[in-house]
Design a protein around this ligand. Sequence first.
Ligand code: ZN
Length: 147
Amino acid sequence: MIDQDAKLEELQRLRTRTLSDIARLRDELHAEIEPASATDDDSADVAADIYERSKIISLIQSMEAKLHAVDHAISVAAKGRYGICEVCGVEIPAERLEIMPETTLCVNCASKLEQGIRRHQILASTPQTVDFYEDFEEEADDADDDI
Ligand SMILES: [Zn+2]
């Protein structure tokens, strides 16, 4: 049986880490943009910069998706349902939770979902999304919003 409180704490720590990762990436993105706009008549450099930036942007997007998933897992753990697949109700193997602590689906249901077979809209926007973005704005206040 999973210790829901311990998992909740673990997820909170993961959330904090993910937020600081996003903040760091935003700083990197900012640093990437600054020198390019100052001296960029070399088109190869510009292309490299654009490539570098789009890489950082897609990293930020995947971290934001992860943050959303972590928030969802937190709400599941708060209800005492962490580690149980939200779709089929089987226990999610410990190894899977180890690798993806933010998951709330067993591997079968997750791959079905990825294939677009959505019988349950569990990953759709949930009310706490709004709170999450408000929190995030506060915590990321010192980072400039360039994207
Ligand atoms: Zn399942």
